[in-house]
Design a protein around this ligand. Sequence first.
Ligand code: UDX
Length: 429
Amino acid sequence: MNVAVIGTGYVGLTTAVSLALHGHRVIGIDVDEEKVKQLRKKKSPIYEPGLEEALETVVEQGTLSFGSSLADEAAEAEILFICVGTPESEDGTADLRYLFAAVEELRLLQQHDPRKRAVVVKSTVPVGTGDRVADLLREFASVHVVSNPEFLREGRALRDALNPSRIVIGADHAEAFALMDQLYERLSAEWVRTTRANAEMIKYASNAFLATRISFMNELSRLSAALGTDIEVIARGMGLDSRIGPEFLRAGLGYGGSCFPKDTIALLQVAKEQGVSLGILEQVREVNRTQPSWYVQLMRERLQGLVGKRIAVLGLSFKPDTDDIREARSLPVLAELLEAGALVSAYDPVSAEAVARLYPQVRYAQDVYETLTDADAALLVTEWKDCVELQWDRVKEVMASPVLFDGRNAWPTQIVKRHGFTYCGVGKS
Ligand code: UDX
């Protein structure tokens, strides 16, 4: 099929590449000309495992191209994805300005070149947005509006796009469902065919629920630390109940990234507009906000003060395998440590430069062992492989004192203890 993808951010680029890998003819459209130039040269603007190699393949095959004008370069597309950003506005609601700008371009395209098209909204948008888009395009009888939320995770975006957990399609016409069937015929996943509003709500509800699981475990980790129980063992015991399941029960410094923080506040705002209170979700955000300071306070107690203490921070991006630092927990952690008078060094394989712009007071090292040299304590913030799989003898040798704070419960507890480290995880010791 002929497909256009408007917006080449995380979701747009991954969608474009995966559809091209499935043999569709795809054009990625972006207003950012620099980005388009870079993409034409087969360079991915984001760090995402496997994405650049796949991009190279499909561009060379000629199934994926890029452009900056919908009307000039994508007129033949029968399916047009909207994958533009919906950032958080000042009041917490989703900012839909890029989305409606894209819809306006689609209107102009349809006026100019009327044909049968499906407009597929993949951006995360508040419930009712798809219907608003449909109203704006109502004059064109041959245009269907579909809501098709995306559930991919950063760091494994392409894998998730090619093997989705489910395909959710919201539409109001059999022809629209049939077009999406055809488009995704090579994906094997369960389908949910429903209204646009339900599809939109599924996305928010899923993210809010996953964030809830994390905050629930983080809240329990505080009790676990007080009681001397082990949150990891507790999570394993809970996860074996098939009604609970093992995923997303990892206690740590909290969730970050572009989705959970933004989508939880957006859902709360929508609820507020409806006069509905979502108390659980309020608390989910509160636990996430306070988890870094709770942990830094614990460090302060264990180290008998942080003033003048050399702390080596390992990992800065919001999770491993991404250079994304949006809402990364490293940011409040660094702020708290500096505020407490600690001397901070930090290492991250890809995002040190971006964090350095925000925290120039920190000393950024080229590798893990350099960060750890002369440190009074190490703190794991992001569980990158090269921050987790360490040569413990060497670590012990370079550190001034062998104290480990495992902010992601990812270091091998038994091994580090055997090496003589003092270990403190999140809700486990
Ligand atoms: C998330 C959703 O998983 C995805 O379906 C949606 O499309 C976008 O939002 P993403 O933000 O890329 O994806 O990352 P994810 O792997 O879900 O992790 C989010 C945050 O939660 C990270 O900061 C991670 O460290 C944290 N996390 C995750 C935990 O603290 N504990 C866990 O058990 C799982």
